[in-house]
Design a protein around this ligand. Structure first.
Ligand SMILES: NC(=O)C1=CN([C@@H]2O[C@H](COP(=O)(O)OP(=O)(O)OC[C@H]3O[C@@H](n4cnc5c(N)ncnc54)[C@H](O)[C@@H]3O)[C@@H](O)[C@H]2O)C=CC1
Ligand SMILES: O=C(O)C(=O)Cc1ccc(O)cc1
Length: 311
């Protein structure tokens, strides 16, 4: 997969990425490949990451402090774990110029919007975002320019957001190959609870359960893991800090979906106990149709390919 050729002129003057892990480095790769920014600036709290960003040539300037990073910034994208968004906003708030756009890529949107609003000054445009694209890998070496290509990127502008600022971000994400959708933060958090957050929790749980079984050894789990379990182990290898923050910051929606999930699981348990084969067959037929319709609308290849190129 390749990105389109570089643009004739950049979309943004000074683009600042704070937190250069998987997502931050992928944005910088895409921005470099397509010439999206006049100047690419990066900052990360970790000195080792800052060194890597320099070595990889991902930014024109690697700042030593958040204050230095955001000076004269046109667009700042916070790419740190959800639980760190507020602290970063507090650090950069006093140093942003009027009219700057501050966005983020966090997997939860309601809590991030509150954290940004609490710390950013009037006159700065807050337009939260979330590229629904990623892998189980972390860090500055795991990013790549095509991560967002043909994936959705969701923007959750608050009521009254400046349309020009929203349009600028739509342009930026589109230039990185993403399809852009806007919705409210609350709706985002409910949708992502069912499509991403609870599935990750299920993966963490099943892998934990397998590890705790006393009568089945670890080596048997590895040796006999069929496709389904292997896919769960991939998801359960995702970053612990990131996912702890997701669950602590999307509690309401995750608990709502988990409640429904638990009820449905208990119904399945009953069907198995009472040998209600028809009920099992009907559910499995319905779920197969859902999978096939996802493939038809082109949201998935026949086999999941998140991160496969990087295995
Ligand atoms: N990993 C994934 O597949 C996806 C992640 N996201 C979201 O993107 C954000 C970043 O995730 P990743 O890139 O995967 O994480 P990562 O762990 O690869 O990178 C995060 C970086 O942020 C830095 N950082 C942490 N606290 C900081 C602070 N206070 N100031 C400056 N830098 C700080 C860390 O040193 C690290 O380099 C998270 O909010 C996550 O929810 C969104 C879509 C997909
Ligand atoms: O690796 C996977 O399968 C993912 O689901 C990646 C992912 C993780 C978190 C997000 O907020 C969006 C995408």
């Amino acid at each position: 997969m390749v990105l389109d050729p570089p643009l004739a002129s950049p979309i943004v003057g000074r683009l600042v990425v704070i937190g250069v892990g998987l997502i931050g480095s992928s944005i910088l790769h895409a921005a470099r490949a397509r010439g999206l920014a006049g100047t690419r600036v990066a900052y990360d709290a970790s000195p080792a990451v800052r060194e890597r960003v320099l070595a990889l040539g991902l930014a024109d300037l690697v700042a030593a402090t958040p204050e230095q990073a955001v000076r004269d910034a046109d667009i700042v994208i916070l790419c740190v774990p959800v639980g760190a968004m507020g602290a970063v906003a507090k650090e950069i708030g006093p140093h942003l110029k009027q009219g700057a756009i501050v966005s983020d890529v966090g997997s939860v949107k309601g809590a991030v919007l509150s954290a940004l609003r609490a710390h950013l000054p009037e006159g700065v445009h807050i337009i939260p975002g979330h590229p629904v694209a990623g892998t189980e890998y972390s860090g500055p070496d795991s990013g790549f320019a095509t991560l967002f290509k043909n994936r959705w990127s969701i923007l959750t502008p608050p009521e009254g957001a400046d349309p020009a600022a929203v349009a600028k971000l739509v342009e930026l994400w589109s230039a990185m190959g993403a399809n852009v959708e806007t919705m409210t933060a609350d709706h985002h958090d409910l949708v992502l609870a069912i499509t991403s957050h609870v599935p990750h929790l299920i993966a963490y749980n099943i892998v934990g359960t397998a590890a705790d079984l006393e009568t089945v050894t670890q080596s048997e789990v590895i040796k006999y893991s069929a496709g389904g379990f292997r896919d769960f182990t991939r998801i359960a290898a995702s970053d612990p800090t990131m996912w702890r923050d997701v669950f602590l910051n999307n509690r309401e929606a995750v608990l709502e979906v988990l409640g429904r999930f638990t009820e449905d699981l208990i119904a399945l348990q009953r069907s198995i106990r009472w040998a209600e084969g028809d009920k099992l067959f009907d559910l499995f037929t319905r779920t197969r149709a859902i999978r096939r319709s996802i493939i038809e609308i082109g949201q998935e290849t026949a086999a999941p390919d998140f991160g496969r190129a990087h295995d």
